[in-house]
Design a protein around this ligand. Structure first.
Ligand SMILES: [Zn+2]
Length: 233
């Protein structure tokens, strides 16, 4: 009886709450439309029984990302292009977590910008041949979480695509890129914290020496792959 009263009380309280007036900007309204589209794509994938470990293209499931696929250009630490074309493929479960994280960022006025996603093992070997230094490149013998489709390199931007200041550029291999490096402005520390908090809340783990790198939890159990995406599209 007491629990029934408690339930009635809770229903009463929630229905009597004063709805707060929320003012949505055009950008936010357009983003909400995109959530519906994204969730519809995810629902469709569930109906089609796409397995969590299948490789899928992020752009099929998330419309609200910016892309700057550094290894499909010469603008990376290798100074050479190692992908034939810029695509972001990941295991489906990594994509689902990433779409959820981006939805949380969009609600706050930000978007994820992607630098790198799944990386075929042959590309890892190519990178190792150019820079055979385990401090900068994962040894292809062991493989990287990028080779397993469970890692993503990213930053945050505003709605127009302007990058937030994270203190260093992507692939800055120095102590300043580490999460425990605190000799940075309050703004940079707040930006890194925002990125980390929301990624961790959505199933990712951070990587101590690189503010831009996130691994899906338990991604090390995924097999290394050499699947190569199609560049015709
Ligand atoms: Zn990475």
């Amino acid at each position: 009886m007491r629990s029934l009263l408690l339930i009635a009380c809770l229903i009463f309280i929630s229905s009597c709450k004063n709805p707060q007036e929320v003012v949505y900007s055009d950008a936010l309204l357009s983003s909400n439309r995109k959530y519906i589209e994204e969730n519809a794509a995810l629902l469709e994938a569930a109906k089609m029984n796409i397995s969590d470990t299948s490789f899928v293209s992020l752009k099929e499931y998330g419309k609200d990302f910016f892309y700057d696929m550094k290894y499909a250009t010469e603008d990376n630490f290798l100074k050479t292009k190692v992908y034939d074309c810029p695509e972001c493929y990941l295991r489906f479960k990594t994509v689902k977590a990433l779409v959820k994280a981006n939805q949380a960022f969009v609600k706050l006025g930000y978007k994820i910008k992607i630098y790198d996603c799944y990386r075929p093992l042959d590309v890892q070997k190519k990178m190792w041949a150019i820079t055979p230094n385990a401090t900068y490149v994962a040894d292809p013998e062991k493989g990287s979480i990028h080779n397993r489709g469970g890692a993503v390199d990213l930053t945050l931007t505003d709605y127009s695509g302007n990058e937030l200041d994270m203190g260093t550029k992507f692939d800055h291999f120095g102590p300043e890129a580490a999460h425990d490096y605190k000799n940075l402005s309050a703004e940079v520390l707040a930006n890194r914290k925002l990125l980390k908090d929301i990624m961790l809340r959505n199933g990712f783990k951070s990587f101590a020496s690189e503010w831009w790198h996130y691994n899906l939890t338990n991604a090390s159990t995924l097999p290394i792959s050499n699947f190569v995406w199609d560049c015709k599209n």
